[in-house]
Design a protein around this ligand. Structure first.
Ligand SMILES: Nc1ncnc2c1ncn2[C@@H]1O[C@H](COP(=O)(O)OP(=O)(O)OP(=O)(O)O)[C@@H](O)[C@H]1O
Length: 261
């Protein structure tokens, strides 16, 4: 049987020694898109950064493609897992093309020159996201939304089995939100697993195969979108009334979804 692309066993996460969450058991299969929904400060980024090896595992383990990742090199990890962080301004004036080529480093080795094929893959990734014209622009001199798209292109250039995306649509305009969500749908079709967080339940409904509700460092529920995006669950998750949730969501949901009463 094919192992999950990523799996956690009795995982504890947090900053410093005091766990923010513990006993997290979670898994994701190839070709699955899972959206994490949870209030500000609930620990979604902490969870992602722990999965990615950017924060220490406080207890338990993270397994990727059936193997415990403790002791893996960064390059070995990056061949399997790509990360799209929340867009940052960047410091060094690399061109957009150079930033996306950095996604190929895990595959070509830090000291090898990128091949023609690497450049073609990087250009294809820019093209897929509709930002090929930004190719020669300086990364520090483009907009926050454009930077977000470049970071997605960089992660795609890694050709990972799993893409972890922290609020990938947060700084994008309406059109680019739709493009990125559609693109995530296509990645699923190519067999990639996607784990993403969002503050917009309608985005999760649009793209996810599964939704996990996250609070106080724990996955408190995990299931199909229609079972997770209900007024009762969202009201409890975000500490607002069910009627307020219904009023906010109903106009945004297409009638055929029919998940709201
Ligand atoms: N570097 C840090 N050192 C100590 N505590 C931190 C650090 N970063 C975050 N925290 C704390 O960990 C908790 C979880 O933060 P985290 O950023 O993981 O939440 P989040 O769910 O991603 O929030 P948001 O939706 O606002 O991005 C918060 O209480 C936060 O204050």
């Amino acid at each position: 049987m094919t192992p999950p692309v990523i799996e956690t066993r009795a995982l504890a996460i947090g900053h410093g020694r005091q766990p923010l969450g513990r006993d997290i058991a979670f898994s994701l299969a190839a070709g699955e898109v899972l959206c994490l929904l949870g209030p500000n400060g609930s620990g979604k980024t902490t969870f992602f950064r722990t999965l990615l090896g950017l924060l220490p595992v406080l207890a338990g383990e993270v397994r990727v493609c059936g193997e415990a990742v403790a002791g893996w090199s960064r390059a070995a990890f990056a061949r399997q897992v790509g990360y799209v962080p929340q867009a940052h301004a960047g410091v060094f004036p690399f061109t957009v093309a150079e930033v996306v080529l950095m996604g190929r480093l895990a595959r070509i080795g830090r000291f090898s020159a990128p091949s023609r094929q690497d450049r073609d893959i990087a250009a294809d990734c820019l093209d897929m996201l509709g930002i090929l014209p930004l190719h020669d622009r300086v990364y520090t001199a483009i907009s926050g939304g454009e930077r977000q798209l470049v970071l997605i292109a960089r992660a795609l250039a890694q050709q990972p089995a799993l893409l972890v995306m922290d609020e990938p649509t947060a700084s994008l305009d309406f059109g680019n939100q739709i493009r990125v969500l559609d693109h995530i749908g296509r990645l699923r079709g190519q067999g990639m697993a996607v784990l993403m967080s969002t503050h917009q339940p309608e985005h999760a409904l649009r793209v996810a195969d599964r939704i996990a509700l996250f609070n106080a460092g724990q996955v408190i529920a995990d299931g199909p979108p229609a079972a997770m995006i209900t007024p009762a669950r969202l009201a409890s998750l975000y500490g607002v009334s069910e009627s307020a949730v219904s009023a906010s969501l109903s106009p945004l949901l297409s009638p055929e979804r029919n998940v709201l009463p």
